[in-house]
Design a protein around this ligand. Sequence first.
Ligand SMILES: Nc1ncnc2c1ncn2[C@@H]1O[C@H](COP(=O)(O)OP(=O)(O)O)[C@@H](O)[C@H]1O
Ligand SMILES: [Mg+2]
Length: 234
Amino acid sequence: MFKVSGLHSGYDGTIIIEDIDLNVQTDEIVTIIGPNGSGKSTLLKSIFGIVKPQQGQIEFLNEQITGMKPFRVFEKGISYVPQVENIFSNLTISENLDIGFYTSKIKDTKDELDKIYSIFPQLKNKNSIKSGNLSGGERQMLAIARALIGDPKLLLLDEPTASLAPNLVNEIMQKLIQIKESGTSILLVEQNAKKSLAISDRCYVLAMGKNFFDGKASEVINNKELGRMFLGSK
Ligand SMILES: Nc1ncnc2c1ncn2[C@@H]1O[C@H](COP(=O)(O)OP(=O)(O)O)[C@@H](O)[C@H]1O
Ligand SMILES: [Mg+2]
């Protein structure tokens, strides 16, 4: 359903990612792992139209979306949660979600809210709390919840579990399975590689801006060399 081919991208003429090929099929969770600075965030930004690709193609549901502006990419059915600054901290949970409704032009707010709260029940009770006062885990859940408004077909997530305690990492991973089962495919960048591979169908390893490896998530988990390089295994 989603395919990136020969993508080159970067900032101000500098190439950061080079000749990237990648695809996501319907109902898949696909993880991208790789060392810091290998271009994972740049890749997601290029897909969502925040950074303009210099070469290559991005195809979604049989349509070219290469170089489209973020709001157009969103209208096509791709949603994105950035690595940082992904919620409005001075607004309440419900105001943050209102912004999601505004940008998605969803009319049936109640139905959609019920669906979101069924995945994230903890947000419902805290509706009127300023999101800056939420815990790190709740903030990430809010960011993901907002991105789900409008039923995207593909969700791009940039390190949603960064700096969270292990039990919260597990909880977010469980939510991602629920989201996939509700019909949204996920392209996930993660540092918690073992845990994200455990819920993923396939995986790409990026190194220095290039495709280094791709395969089934289980292949990386069971590959000694890759495990040592990227999963901290002995
Ligand atoms: N806005 C920017 N302008 C210029 N260079 C950037 C910008 N954002 C990231 N970079 C550079 O791009 C490289 C890859 O960064 P990034 O995509 O954030 O990697 P990762 O997410 O894998 O840690 C780094 O060398 C970083 O310094
Ligand atoms: Mg990053």
